[in-house]
Design a protein around this ligand. Structure first.
Ligand SMILES: NC(=O)c1ccc[n+]([C@@H]2O[C@H](COP(=O)([O-])OP(=O)(O)OC[C@H]3O[C@@H](n4cnc5c(N)ncnc54)[C@H](O)[C@@H]3O)[C@@H](O)[C@H]2O)c1
Length: 363
Protein backbone atom coordinates (compact mmCIF):
# COMPACT_ATOMS: atom_id res chain seq x y z
CA UNK A 1 0.00 0.00 0.00
CA UNK A 2 1.32 3.45 -0.82
CA UNK A 3 -1.16 5.73 1.01
CA UNK A 4 -2.31 5.28 4.57
CA UNK A 5 -6.00 4.48 4.89
CA UNK A 6 -7.75 6.31 7.73
CA UNK A 7 -10.05 3.96 9.66
CA UNK A 8 -12.79 4.58 12.21
CA UNK A 9 -14.62 2.14 14.48
CA UNK A 10 -18.24 2.90 15.37
CA UNK A 11 -19.50 1.03 18.45
CA UNK A 12 -16.68 0.23 20.86
CA UNK A 13 -18.18 -2.78 22.67
CA UNK A 14 -16.91 -6.36 22.66
CA UNK A 15 -16.39 -7.16 18.97
CA UNK A 16 -14.69 -3.78 18.32
CA UNK A 17 -11.67 -5.09 20.24
CA UNK A 18 -11.11 -7.76 17.56
CA UNK A 19 -11.23 -5.08 14.84
CA UNK A 20 -8.75 -2.83 16.66
CA UNK A 21 -6.35 -5.75 17.25
CA UNK A 22 -6.58 -6.81 13.61
CA UNK A 23 -5.84 -3.26 12.42
CA UNK A 24 -2.73 -3.28 14.61
CA UNK A 25 -1.20 -5.99 12.36
CA UNK A 26 -1.90 -4.29 9.03
CA UNK A 27 0.49 -1.86 7.38
CA UNK A 28 -0.90 1.21 5.64
CA UNK A 29 -3.90 1.76 7.89
CA UNK A 30 -4.34 3.99 10.92
CA UNK A 31 -7.21 3.92 13.41
CA UNK A 32 -7.86 7.67 13.57
CA UNK A 33 -11.24 7.87 15.28
CA UNK A 34 -13.77 5.87 17.30
CA UNK A 35 -17.37 6.60 18.37
CA UNK A 36 -19.84 5.17 20.84
CA UNK A 37 -23.09 6.53 22.25
CA UNK A 38 -22.23 5.31 25.76
CA UNK A 39 -20.55 8.25 27.55
CA UNK A 40 -16.81 7.76 28.00
CA UNK A 41 -16.72 4.36 26.28
CA UNK A 42 -15.11 5.56 23.03
CA UNK A 43 -12.33 7.45 24.88
CA UNK A 44 -11.62 4.47 27.11
CA UNK A 45 -11.45 2.21 24.03
CA UNK A 46 -9.13 4.61 22.19
CA UNK A 47 -6.84 4.85 25.23
CA UNK A 48 -6.53 1.08 25.24
CA UNK A 49 -6.11 0.46 21.49
CA UNK A 50 -4.99 3.65 19.71
CA UNK A 51 -4.17 6.51 22.06
CA UNK A 52 -3.87 9.04 19.20
CA UNK A 53 -7.37 8.28 17.91
CA UNK A 54 -10.06 10.93 18.48
CA UNK A 55 -13.16 9.81 20.39
CA UNK A 56 -16.74 10.93 19.63
CA UNK A 57 -20.16 10.24 21.08
CA UNK A 58 -21.85 9.64 17.73
CA UNK A 59 -21.13 8.73 14.14
CA UNK A 60 -22.50 12.14 13.08
CA UNK A 61 -20.05 14.00 15.35
CA UNK A 62 -17.19 11.87 14.03
CA UNK A 63 -18.05 12.55 10.36
CA UNK A 64 -18.44 16.30 11.10
CA UNK A 65 -14.85 16.43 12.37
CA UNK A 66 -12.89 13.75 10.48
CA UNK A 67 -12.19 12.49 6.97
CA UNK A 68 -12.29 8.73 7.07
CA UNK A 69 -11.55 6.15 4.34
CA UNK A 70 -12.89 2.99 6.02
CA UNK A 71 -15.65 2.72 8.61
CA UNK A 72 -15.94 -0.40 10.78
CA UNK A 73 -19.52 -0.86 12.04
CA UNK A 74 -19.35 -2.72 15.36
CA UNK A 75 -22.71 -1.41 16.56
CA UNK A 76 -25.87 -3.47 17.19
CA UNK A 77 -27.40 -4.70 13.93
CA UNK A 78 -30.46 -2.42 14.19
CA UNK A 79 -28.35 0.64 13.33
CA UNK A 80 -26.04 -0.92 10.68
CA UNK A 81 -28.19 0.18 7.71
CA UNK A 82 -28.52 3.92 8.49
CA UNK A 83 -24.88 4.06 9.63
CA UNK A 84 -23.62 2.33 6.48
CA UNK A 85 -25.66 4.65 4.26
CA UNK A 86 -24.21 7.66 6.15
CA UNK A 87 -20.68 6.26 5.79
CA UNK A 88 -21.07 5.76 2.02
CA UNK A 89 -22.42 9.35 1.74
CA UNK A 90 -19.26 10.45 3.61
CA UNK A 91 -17.23 8.68 0.90
CA UNK A 92 -15.94 5.80 3.04
CA UNK A 93 -15.78 2.06 2.44
CA UNK A 94 -17.68 0.04 5.07
CA UNK A 95 -16.77 -3.14 6.95
CA UNK A 96 -19.91 -4.11 8.85
CA UNK A 97 -20.24 -6.78 11.50
CA UNK A 98 -22.70 -9.59 10.94
CA UNK A 99 -25.63 -9.67 10.70
CA UNK A 100 -25.35 -6.87 8.16
CA UNK A 101 -28.95 -5.71 8.62
CA UNK A 102 -32.32 -6.59 10.09
CA UNK A 103 -33.91 -7.42 6.74
CA UNK A 104 -33.05 -8.09 3.12
CA UNK A 105 -34.66 -4.74 2.22
CA UNK A 106 -32.30 -2.93 4.61
CA UNK A 107 -29.35 -4.88 3.19
CA UNK A 108 -30.39 -3.88 -0.34
CA UNK A 109 -30.44 -0.20 0.73
CA UNK A 110 -26.83 -0.60 1.95
CA UNK A 111 -25.69 -2.37 -1.23
CA UNK A 112 -27.39 0.30 -3.37
CA UNK A 113 -25.77 3.12 -1.36
CA UNK A 114 -22.33 1.49 -1.77
CA UNK A 115 -22.84 1.15 -5.53
CA UNK A 116 -23.96 4.74 -6.02
CA UNK A 117 -21.05 6.03 -3.92
CA UNK A 118 -18.59 3.74 -5.74
CA UNK A 119 -17.37 2.35 -2.38
CA UNK A 120 -16.83 -1.21 -1.16
CA UNK A 121 -19.14 -2.91 1.33
CA UNK A 122 -17.73 -5.89 3.25
CA UNK A 123 -19.65 -7.92 5.82
CA UNK A 124 -17.68 -9.84 8.46
CA UNK A 125 -18.44 -13.54 8.01
CA UNK A 126 -15.03 -14.61 9.24
CA UNK A 127 -15.77 -18.36 9.24
CA UNK A 128 -15.16 -18.33 5.47
CA UNK A 129 -11.53 -17.40 6.03
CA UNK A 130 -8.56 -19.64 6.79
CA UNK A 131 -6.48 -21.92 4.61
CA UNK A 132 -8.56 -25.07 5.31
CA UNK A 133 -11.89 -23.55 4.24
CA UNK A 134 -10.20 -22.16 1.14
CA UNK A 135 -8.68 -25.58 0.29
CA UNK A 136 -11.94 -27.49 0.79
CA UNK A 137 -13.93 -24.93 -1.23
CA UNK A 138 -11.50 -25.21 -4.15
CA UNK A 139 -11.74 -29.03 -4.11
CA UNK A 140 -15.55 -29.01 -3.84
CA UNK A 141 -15.82 -26.48 -6.69
CA UNK A 142 -13.46 -28.60 -8.83
CA UNK A 143 -15.59 -31.72 -8.21
CA UNK A 144 -12.70 -33.56 -6.51
CA UNK A 145 -15.07 -35.11 -3.94
CA UNK A 146 -17.79 -35.99 -6.45
CA UNK A 147 -21.29 -34.66 -5.81
CA UNK A 148 -22.15 -33.34 -2.34
CA UNK A 149 -25.17 -35.35 -1.16
CA UNK A 150 -26.00 -34.58 2.45
CA UNK A 151 -24.82 -32.04 5.01
CA UNK A 152 -25.37 -31.15 8.63
CA UNK A 153 -24.72 -27.70 10.05
CA UNK A 154 -24.95 -27.29 13.81
CA UNK A 155 -24.35 -24.20 15.90
CA UNK A 156 -24.90 -25.46 19.42
CA UNK A 157 -23.92 -22.67 21.80
CA UNK A 158 -24.78 -21.56 25.31
CA UNK A 159 -25.90 -18.04 26.17
CA UNK A 160 -27.32 -17.43 29.63
CA UNK A 161 -29.71 -14.85 31.10
CA UNK A 162 -26.87 -12.40 31.73
CA UNK A 163 -26.00 -12.38 28.01
CA UNK A 164 -29.61 -11.51 27.22
CA UNK A 165 -29.70 -8.74 29.86
CA UNK A 166 -28.02 -6.40 27.31
CA UNK A 167 -31.06 -4.31 26.27
CA UNK A 168 -30.75 -4.78 22.46
CA UNK A 169 -30.50 -8.57 22.62
CA UNK A 170 -33.41 -11.00 22.41
CA UNK A 171 -35.82 -8.47 20.88
CA UNK A 172 -37.11 -8.49 17.31
CA UNK A 173 -36.91 -4.71 17.03
CA UNK A 174 -33.25 -4.32 17.95
CA UNK A 175 -31.58 -7.73 17.40
CA UNK A 176 -33.80 -8.50 14.41
CA UNK A 177 -33.98 -12.20 15.23
CA UNK A 178 -32.79 -14.77 17.71
CA UNK A 179 -29.95 -17.23 17.73
CA UNK A 180 -30.37 -18.15 14.04
CA UNK A 181 -29.68 -14.57 12.94
CA UNK A 182 -27.08 -13.76 15.59
CA UNK A 183 -25.14 -17.04 15.95
CA UNK A 184 -26.23 -19.72 13.45
CA UNK A 185 -25.62 -17.31 10.58
CA UNK A 186 -21.85 -17.90 10.92
CA UNK A 187 -22.01 -21.65 10.14
CA UNK A 188 -24.91 -21.20 7.72
CA UNK A 189 -22.71 -18.69 5.88
CA UNK A 190 -19.77 -21.13 5.78
CA UNK A 191 -22.07 -23.96 4.63
CA UNK A 192 -23.44 -21.80 1.79
CA UNK A 193 -19.93 -20.54 0.94
CA UNK A 194 -18.95 -24.20 0.42
CA UNK A 195 -22.15 -25.45 -1.25
CA UNK A 196 -23.39 -22.43 -3.25
CA UNK A 197 -26.87 -21.15 -3.99
CA UNK A 198 -29.99 -22.54 -2.29
CA UNK A 199 -33.25 -23.73 -3.82
CA UNK A 200 -35.60 -24.33 -0.87
CA UNK A 201 -35.75 -24.02 2.92
CA UNK A 202 -38.18 -25.10 5.60
CA UNK A 203 -37.79 -24.55 9.33
CA UNK A 204 -39.28 -24.04 12.75
CA UNK A 205 -38.41 -21.70 15.61
CA UNK A 206 -38.48 -22.76 19.25
CA UNK A 207 -38.23 -21.01 22.62
CA UNK A 208 -37.02 -23.68 25.02
CA UNK A 209 -35.58 -21.80 27.98
CA UNK A 210 -34.50 -18.16 27.58
CA UNK A 211 -36.64 -15.17 28.51
CA UNK A 212 -36.52 -13.60 25.02
CA UNK A 213 -39.04 -12.50 22.38
CA UNK A 214 -37.08 -14.33 19.70
CA UNK A 215 -36.11 -18.02 19.31
CA UNK A 216 -33.42 -19.80 21.35
CA UNK A 217 -33.47 -22.88 19.08
CA UNK A 218 -34.23 -23.37 15.39
CA UNK A 219 -34.36 -26.49 13.24
CA UNK A 220 -34.50 -26.53 9.47
CA UNK A 221 -33.79 -28.22 6.16
CA UNK A 222 -32.08 -26.49 3.26
CA UNK A 223 -31.94 -27.83 -0.29
CA UNK A 224 -29.09 -26.40 -2.39
CA UNK A 225 -29.17 -25.81 -6.16
CA UNK A 226 -26.76 -28.74 -6.60
CA UNK A 227 -29.29 -31.07 -4.93
CA UNK A 228 -27.37 -31.32 -1.64
CA UNK A 229 -29.81 -31.49 1.29
CA UNK A 230 -28.71 -30.04 4.64
CA UNK A 231 -30.10 -30.31 8.14
CA UNK A 232 -29.43 -27.04 10.01
CA UNK A 233 -29.80 -26.58 13.78
CA UNK A 234 -29.01 -23.57 15.93
CA UNK A 235 -29.24 -23.32 19.72
CA UNK A 236 -28.16 -21.17 22.66
CA UNK A 237 -29.25 -23.73 25.23
CA UNK A 238 -26.48 -26.31 24.63
CA UNK A 239 -24.08 -26.67 27.61
CA UNK A 240 -21.35 -28.51 25.62
CA UNK A 241 -20.84 -25.99 22.88
CA UNK A 242 -19.80 -26.83 19.32
CA UNK A 243 -19.94 -25.40 15.82
CA UNK A 244 -19.82 -28.06 13.16
CA UNK A 245 -20.38 -28.77 9.51
CA UNK A 246 -20.33 -32.20 7.91
CA UNK A 247 -20.61 -32.72 4.17
CA UNK A 248 -21.06 -36.25 2.81
CA UNK A 249 -20.09 -36.42 -0.84
CA UNK A 250 -19.89 -39.34 -3.27
CA UNK A 251 -16.19 -39.80 -2.44
CA UNK A 252 -15.62 -38.44 1.06
CA UNK A 253 -16.93 -37.07 4.32
CA UNK A 254 -15.65 -33.57 5.11
CA UNK A 255 -16.03 -32.27 8.66
CA UNK A 256 -15.10 -29.14 10.56
CA UNK A 257 -15.65 -29.22 14.33
CA UNK A 258 -14.73 -26.11 16.28
CA UNK A 259 -16.30 -23.38 18.37
CA UNK A 260 -15.53 -19.81 17.30
CA UNK A 261 -12.78 -20.35 14.74
CA UNK A 262 -10.96 -23.13 12.93
CA UNK A 263 -7.43 -24.18 12.02
CA UNK A 264 -6.25 -27.29 10.18
CA UNK A 265 -6.67 -29.45 13.28
CA UNK A 266 -10.44 -28.84 13.15
CA UNK A 267 -10.91 -30.22 9.62
CA UNK A 268 -10.99 -33.86 8.56
CA UNK A 269 -11.45 -35.40 5.12
CA UNK A 270 -12.30 -39.13 5.19
CA UNK A 271 -12.33 -41.00 1.87
CA UNK A 272 -15.12 -43.47 1.15
CA UNK A 273 -14.13 -46.90 2.46
CA UNK A 274 -12.47 -49.17 -0.12
CA UNK A 275 -11.18 -46.24 -2.21
CA UNK A 276 -7.86 -47.20 -3.84
CA UNK A 277 -7.08 -43.73 -5.20
CA UNK A 278 -4.35 -41.71 -3.59
CA UNK A 279 -5.72 -38.40 -2.40
CA UNK A 280 -2.56 -36.31 -2.21
CA UNK A 281 -4.42 -33.30 -3.57
CA UNK A 282 -6.81 -33.51 -0.59
CA UNK A 283 -3.99 -32.91 1.94
CA UNK A 284 -4.26 -29.50 3.57
CA UNK A 285 -1.57 -27.01 2.51
CA UNK A 286 1.56 -26.78 4.68
CA UNK A 287 1.07 -23.08 5.31
CA UNK A 288 -1.75 -22.75 7.82
CA UNK A 289 -3.85 -19.65 8.36
CA UNK A 290 -6.58 -19.83 10.99
CA UNK A 291 -10.02 -18.39 10.33
CA UNK A 292 -10.93 -15.18 12.12
CA UNK A 293 -11.13 -11.41 12.13
CA UNK A 294 -7.38 -11.06 11.50
CA UNK A 295 -7.57 -13.00 8.25
CA UNK A 296 -10.81 -11.34 7.14
CA UNK A 297 -9.77 -7.75 7.84
CA UNK A 298 -6.31 -8.27 6.31
CA UNK A 299 -7.78 -9.70 3.10
CA UNK A 300 -10.24 -6.79 2.84
CA UNK A 301 -7.52 -4.17 3.39
CA UNK A 302 -5.26 -5.92 0.85
CA UNK A 303 -7.98 -5.36 -1.75
CA UNK A 304 -8.83 -1.81 -0.63
CA UNK A 305 -5.17 -0.82 -0.62
CA UNK A 306 -4.70 -2.10 -4.18
CA UNK A 307 -8.05 -0.71 -5.39
CA UNK A 308 -9.12 -4.25 -6.31
CA UNK A 309 -12.55 -5.89 -5.91
CA UNK A 310 -13.24 -7.44 -2.51
CA UNK A 311 -12.04 -11.04 -2.01
CA UNK A 312 -14.56 -13.93 -2.10
CA UNK A 313 -14.60 -14.12 1.71
CA UNK A 314 -16.14 -10.63 1.81
CA UNK A 315 -18.65 -10.75 -1.03
CA UNK A 316 -22.24 -12.04 -1.40
CA UNK A 317 -23.43 -10.93 2.04
CA UNK A 318 -27.03 -11.50 0.97
CA UNK A 319 -26.87 -15.30 0.62
CA UNK A 320 -26.66 -16.17 4.32
CA UNK A 321 -29.13 -13.42 5.28
CA UNK A 322 -31.48 -14.86 2.65
CA UNK A 323 -31.16 -18.32 4.21
CA UNK A 324 -31.79 -17.00 7.71
CA UNK A 325 -34.75 -14.98 6.40
CA UNK A 326 -36.05 -18.13 4.69
CA UNK A 327 -35.84 -19.98 8.04
CA UNK A 328 -37.91 -17.23 9.74
CA UNK A 329 -40.27 -16.96 6.79
CA UNK A 330 -40.90 -20.71 6.64
CA UNK A 331 -41.56 -20.78 10.36
CA UNK A 332 -44.05 -17.98 9.87
CA UNK A 333 -45.90 -19.42 6.88
CA UNK A 334 -45.56 -23.12 7.72
CA UNK A 335 -44.41 -23.95 4.21
CA UNK A 336 -41.16 -24.41 2.30
CA UNK A 337 -39.64 -21.16 1.00
CA UNK A 338 -37.84 -20.66 -2.32
CA UNK A 339 -35.81 -17.63 -3.47
CA UNK A 340 -38.84 -16.57 -5.55
CA UNK A 341 -41.41 -16.82 -2.71
CA UNK A 342 -38.94 -15.25 -0.26
CA UNK A 343 -39.18 -11.98 -2.20
CA UNK A 344 -42.98 -11.88 -1.66
CA UNK A 345 -42.62 -12.91 1.98
CA UNK A 346 -40.05 -10.23 2.77
CA UNK A 347 -42.16 -7.56 1.08
CA UNK A 348 -45.18 -8.73 3.12
CA UNK A 349 -43.41 -9.29 6.45
CA UNK A 350 -41.16 -6.21 6.40
CA UNK A 351 -39.08 -7.70 9.24
CA UNK A 352 -37.88 -11.13 10.30
CA UNK A 353 -40.38 -11.30 13.19
CA UNK A 354 -41.87 -14.76 13.15
CA UNK A 355 -43.96 -16.97 15.47
CA UNK A 356 -41.92 -19.04 17.93
CA UNK A 357 -43.26 -22.23 19.52
CA UNK A 358 -42.89 -21.54 23.23
CA UNK A 359 -42.04 -24.74 25.09
CA UNK A 360 -41.32 -23.02 28.40
CA UNK A 361 -44.94 -23.17 29.52
CA UNK A 362 -44.59 -26.98 29.48
CA UNK A 363 -42.24 -26.86 32.48
N1 LIG B 1 -18.21 -11.67 13.86
C1 LIG B 1 -18.32 -12.08 15.12
O1 LIG B 1 -17.78 -13.14 15.50
C2 LIG B 1 -19.09 -11.26 16.11
C3 LIG B 1 -18.92 -11.48 17.49
C4 LIG B 1 -19.65 -10.70 18.38
C5 LIG B 1 -20.53 -9.72 17.91
N2 LIG B 1 -20.69 -9.56 16.56
C6 LIG B 1 -21.60 -8.55 16.02
O2 LIG B 1 -21.05 -7.27 16.29
C7 LIG B 1 -22.08 -6.32 16.54
C8 LIG B 1 -21.86 -5.72 17.93
O3 LIG B 1 -21.87 -6.75 18.89
P1 LIG B 1 -21.12 -6.60 20.32
O4 LIG B 1 -21.23 -7.93 20.95
O5 LIG B 1 -19.78 -5.96 20.16
O6 LIG B 1 -22.13 -5.59 21.04
P2 LIG B 1 -21.83 -4.64 22.31
O7 LIG B 1 -23.17 -4.33 22.90
O8 LIG B 1 -20.75 -5.22 23.16
O9 LIG B 1 -21.22 -3.32 21.60
C9 LIG B 1 -21.98 -2.47 20.78
C10 LIG B 1 -21.52 -1.04 21.07
O10 LIG B 1 -22.21 -0.17 20.17
C11 LIG B 1 -22.58 1.01 20.89
N3 LIG B 1 -23.68 1.65 20.18
C12 LIG B 1 -24.99 1.31 20.18
N4 LIG B 1 -25.69 2.11 19.33
C13 LIG B 1 -24.79 2.96 18.78
C14 LIG B 1 -24.89 4.01 17.85
N5 LIG B 1 -26.06 4.34 17.29
N6 LIG B 1 -23.76 4.69 17.52
C15 LIG B 1 -22.56 4.37 18.09
N7 LIG B 1 -22.41 3.40 19.01
C16 LIG B 1 -23.51 2.69 19.34
C17 LIG B 1 -22.95 0.49 22.28
O11 LIG B 1 -22.91 1.53 23.26
C18 LIG B 1 -21.87 -0.57 22.50
O12 LIG B 1 -20.71 -0.04 23.10
C19 LIG B 1 -23.40 -7.09 16.40
O13 LIG B 1 -23.88 -6.95 15.09
C20 LIG B 1 -22.98 -8.53 16.67
O14 LIG B 1 -23.84 -9.49 16.08
C21 LIG B 1 -19.97 -10.29 15.66
Amino acid sequence: MTTTLRAAIIGTGSVATLHARSLDHIEGVELVAVADVMPGRAREFADEHAAAAHAYDSLEALFAAERVDVVHLCTPPGVHAPQAVAAFAHGAHVIAEKPPALSLAELQSMTDAAASAGREFAVVFQQRTGSAADHVKRLLDAGAFGRALFATCNTLWFRDAEYYSVPWRGRWETEGGGTTLSHGIHQIDLLAYLLGDWRQASAQLWRQARDVQTEDVSTGTILFETGTVASVSTSVVSPRETSSIRIDTELATITVDHLYGHGHENWRITPVSGSLDDHDDWILPEQEERSGHDAFIREVYDALGKGEPLPAVATSPARSLELVTAIYSSSSTGRAVTPATLKDDTARLGSLESPVTDQRRLR
